[in-house]
Design a binder for this molecule. Structure first.
Ligand code: SF4
Length: 73
């Protein structure tokens, strides 16, 4: 979910089913701002606030990695 202060290129965003402003996902399910070759954020310096708050290696991160690992099995 994006916030009013987020300055994201419009082509990387979309409205979700509840009309919330969110990062767009491509057909592979990953964020539209993710470089698929490097797996790095292409807008890192301007990434959304929610991404700033998401800490690598915290419990949410570990859970998300677990879900993706299970989904790709
Ligand atoms: S840090 Fe945020 S904006 Fe950047 S690729 Fe990841 S989810 Fe997308």
């Amino acid at each position: 979910m994006l916030m009013g202060d987020d300055d994201i290129p419009p082509e990387l965003t979309e409205r979700d089913q509840w009309d919330g402003w969110v990062m767009a996902r491509l057909d592979d399910g990953w964020c539209a701002a993710l470089d698929r070759n490097t797996m790095l954020c292409t807008i890192y310096e301007h990434r959304p606030m929610i991404c700033h708050d998401y800490q690598v290696g915290d419990s949410d991160c570990i859970e998300e990695r677990r879900l993706h690992a299970n989904a790709s099995l």
